[in-house]
Design a protein around this ligand. Structure first.
Ligand code: CP
Length: 316
C-alpha cells in the first residue's frame, strides 16, 4: 500500500480487517518493522483519538513520531498559486510540504473541509498539494471528504462484534448545533459498500450524501423504518452536501435514544467520537451496554497499525 487516502487504496478489505484484529491480540509482533523510520503527523484541525492512536500504532511498529499542529506550532501555510503573500500566511505549501518530506518517511495529514466551497473541498485541494510537494507516502488522518482510518476501525469493530452473517448496519443522521463535514458518513458509506452487510442510510430530506459515496445504498427518510431489525446503528451528524455546509434541521426527534433502539435487533451503537451527549446520542444509549464507542475508539490503534504496517512493507 503506497498511500492510504480511501478504501480504494486497499486491495483486500476483509484481509486488512483481519490483520487489524490479529494486531490487537499481538501488537508487538512487528516492533522492528519501523525502526529508523519517522512518521510525521500534520494536523490542521484538532484531534484526540486520531492523534494518540496513530502515535501508539507507530510506536508499536518501532517508528519515531513527530506531531506538528499547523498554524499554532508551525507557520500558517499558503495553498494558493501565484499568491502575493503579504497577508497572514507565512510559508507556502510548496516549501512547507517539501521540507517535511525531508524529515519524515511517511506523512499523516488531517485537513477538514472548509464547508464554504464544495468544489474546492471535494477536489481535496490540501491533501493533493501535500502529496504533490512532500514526495513521501501520505496517510489520511481525515480529509475534506473521507476519514478512512475511522471507517476501517468501524468495520473492524462490526466484524469483531458480529454474531451473524450479513448484519444490518444503519447510518442515521443525528442533530448537532454546528455544521459538520460529510467526511465520516461519506467514508463509512464507501467502506460499508465493500463489506458483506445490509447497509441502509436514513436522514431528513436535504441531507443526501454525494452519489460517489452513497452509490445505490437504500436511503429512507423515516428513521424508525430504517432502524427496524438493525444489528448496528451509527448515529452521526453531517451538514448538507446539496445546500453545501448548511444546517437544515436541528430536529431532536432524530437523536438516538434507548427507546429508538427497542425496534432494533438489540443493536450495538457505533460513533467515531467526539459526540454531543443528548443531542446526537442520548445518555441512556451512551451509558448502556448497547454503546461500543469506547471499544471502537480502542480499535483505532490497530486499524492504524495495520495500515502503517502495509505502508512500511510496500514503501521501504
Ligand atoms: N474519531 C476521530 O477522528 O476522533 P478525533 O477527532 O478526536 O481524532
Amino acid at each position: 500500500m503506497r498511500q492510504f487516502l480511501s478504501v480504494a487504496d486497499v486491495s483486500d478489505v476483509s484481509s486488512i480487517v483481519q490483520e487489524a484484529l490479529a494486531l490487537k491480540h499481538a501488537p508487538h509482533t512487528h516492533d522492528k518493522l519501523g525502526n529508523h523510520k519517522t512518521l510525521g503527523l500534520l494536523f490542521f484541525n484538532a484531534s484526540l483519538r486520531t492523534r494518540v492512536s496513530t502515535q501508539k500504532a507507530a510506536q508499536n511498529l518501532g517508528m519515531n513520531v513527530i506531531v506538528v499542529n499547523v498554524g499554532t506550532e508551525s507557520w500558517k501555510l499558503e495553498f494558493g498559486e501565484g499568491v502575493v503573500m503579504e497577508g497572514d500566511t507565512v510559508e507556502h505549501i510548496k516549501e512547507g510540504a517539501a521540507v517535511l518530506g525531508q524529515y519524515c518517511d511517511i506523512l499523516g495529514v488531517r485537513a477538514f473541509a472548509g464547508l464554504t466551497d464544495r468544489e474546492m473541498d471535494y477536489s481535496e485541494n490540501i491533501m493533493c498539494k501535500i502529496i504533490r510537494y512532500a514526495g513521501v507516502p501520505v496517510l489520511s488522518l481525515e480529509s475534506a471528504t473521507r476519514h478512512p482510518l475511522q471507517s476501517l476501525t468501524d468495520l473492524m469493530t462490526i466484524t469483531e462484534l458480529c454474531q451473524k452473517p450479513r448484519p444490518k448496519v444503519v447510518l442515521t443522521w443525528a442533530p448537532h448545533p454546528k455544521a459538520l463535514p460529510q467526511a465520516v458518513p461519506n467514508s463509512f458509506a464507501e467502506w460499508m459498500r465493500c463489506a458483506d452487510v445490509e447497509f441502509v442510510i436514513t436522514h431528513p430530506e436535504g441531507y443526501e450524501l454525494a452519489t460517489e459515496f452513497a452509490g445505490d445504498v437504500p436511503v429512507l427518510y423515516n428513521q424508525d423504518e430504517a432502524l427496524t431489525g438493525a444489528d448496528f446503528v451509527y448515529p452521526k451528524n453531517w451538514s448538507s452536501y446539496r445546500n453545501y455546509g448548511a444546517v437544515l434541521s436541528q430536529n431532536r426527534n432524530w437523536t438516538l435514544t434507548a427507546a429508538k433502539l427497542l425496534q432494533t435487533n438489540a443493536a450495538k451503537v457505533l460513533h467515531c467520537l467526539p459526540t454531543r451527549r443528548n443531542v446526537e446520542i442520548a445518555d441512556d444509549v451512551l451509558d448502556s451496554p448497547s454503546s461500543v464507542v469506547i471499544q471502537e475508539a480502542g480499535n483505532r490503534v490497530y486499524a492504524a497499525q495495520a495500515v502503517l504496517k502495509r505502508m512500511l512493507e510496500t514503501n521501504f
